[in-house]
Design a protein around this ligand. Structure first.
Ligand code: CP
Ligand code: NVA
Length: 311
């Protein structure tokens, strides 16, 4: 049973996650089979932050499923400023069938979900980026033909993407190590919960400041920007602190020989990753970006339809 919303992968069972992947692969192979699935249905897309992949993949995804999406940018509704989040949720609920939101505060997503009866999808908050992680593990599954037993090393800031990668690792049997400078570790509560949840499938969650130890034996090397949206003022200071954690050819050589490289994008080339790595044979970043479309179409359908109505 899927919940009403997609706020965190921690709320999904391992079977739910696998169900999203199975449907995503069907959607990817035969998109025409689902082109009328959402006829007459509308998604509201709330953005407090910029986006390329998330906006385009959700909007194109809704079109491909026969529905429609409405973009509501930062200056359109000014979440919590022009109008309160509960009032926005209850108004949208009278007009649309599904709500997607990219916010600063994670609480805004929780409040939208609380006040809207329509499903709410977290399209990135300061705490989590579940849609990204679903696309990432789908990509890893395609490239490695399995998930359980793999090791992913996330090198960089213990941020929203790192949190969702841990949550999804726990549900797919992938061990995740976050390799970060001191003081930039992921949220301890999320790490602990992922450690607990991962036990069922043998996935181990770890955090280290030691690059050699963290990257050793990794099947997947993942990085993200050093300063996330909203942290622009810290960018210069972070450049110095994170410099030793750059994913370059020397760092890739410490992982498994057949390791693949992932990045949620946008990338700051020359900072968290070198051109050489992101353009290398090991890099799968554009397959990963494409999978945002397929994974999210699957997640939308899983939220909108009862199990069994789709398969
Ligand atoms: N990876 C990701 O969410 O990209 P955008 O910020 O461009 O949506
Ligand atoms: N951690 C980044 C991810 C962007 C997709 C941010 O929040 O800006």
């Amino acid at each position: 049973m899927y919940g009403k919303d997609l706020i965190s992968i921690a709320d999904l069972s391992a079977e739910n996650v696998q169900g999203i992947f199975d449907l995503a692969l069907k959607l990817k192979a035969n998109p025409e089979d689902y082109c009328d699935s959402l006829t007459g249905l509308t998604m509201a897309m709330i953005f407090e932050k910029p986006s390329l992949r998330t906006r385009v993949s959700f909007e194109a995804g809704m079109t491909q499923l026969g529905g429609h999406a409405i973009y509501l940018g930062p200056s359109d509704i000014s979440l919590g400023k022009r109008e309160s989040v509960p009032d926005i949720a209850r108004t949208l609920d009278r007009m649309v069938d599904i709500i997607m939101a990219r916010t600063f505060s994670h609480q805004s997503i929780l409040t939208l979900a609380e006040y809207a009866e329509a499903p709410v999808i977290n399209a990135l908050s300061d705490l989590l980026h579940p849609c990204q992680a679903l696309a990432d593990y789908l990509t890893i599954m395609e490239k490695k033909e399995q998930l359980r037993g793999l090791k992913l090393a996330f090198v960089g800031d213990g941020n929203n993407v790192a949190h969702s990668l841990m949550n999804c690792g726990a549900k797919t049997g992938v061990s995740v190590t976050v390799v970060c400078p001191k003081g930039y570790e992921p949220n301890a509560g999320i790490v602990k919960a992922a450690q607990e949840a991962g036990k069922a499938l043998g996935a181990k969650m770890a955090v280290t400041n030691d690059i050699d130890e963290g990257v050793k034996g990794a099947d997947v090397i993942y990085t993200d920007v050093w300063a996330s949206m909203g942290q622009e003022k810290e960018a210069e200071e972070r450049k110095k602190i994170f410099a030793p954690y750059q994913v370059n050819a020397a760092l890739m050589a410490k992982a498994k020989e057949d390791a693949i490289f992932l990045h949620c994008l946008p990338a700051h080339r020359g900072e968290e990753v070198t051109d050489e790595v992101i353009e290398s044979e090991q890099s799968v970043v554009f397959d990963e970006a494409e999978n945002r479309l397929h994974a999210q179409k699957a997640a939308i359908l899983r939220l909108m339809f009862a199990e069994g109505d789709l398969d």
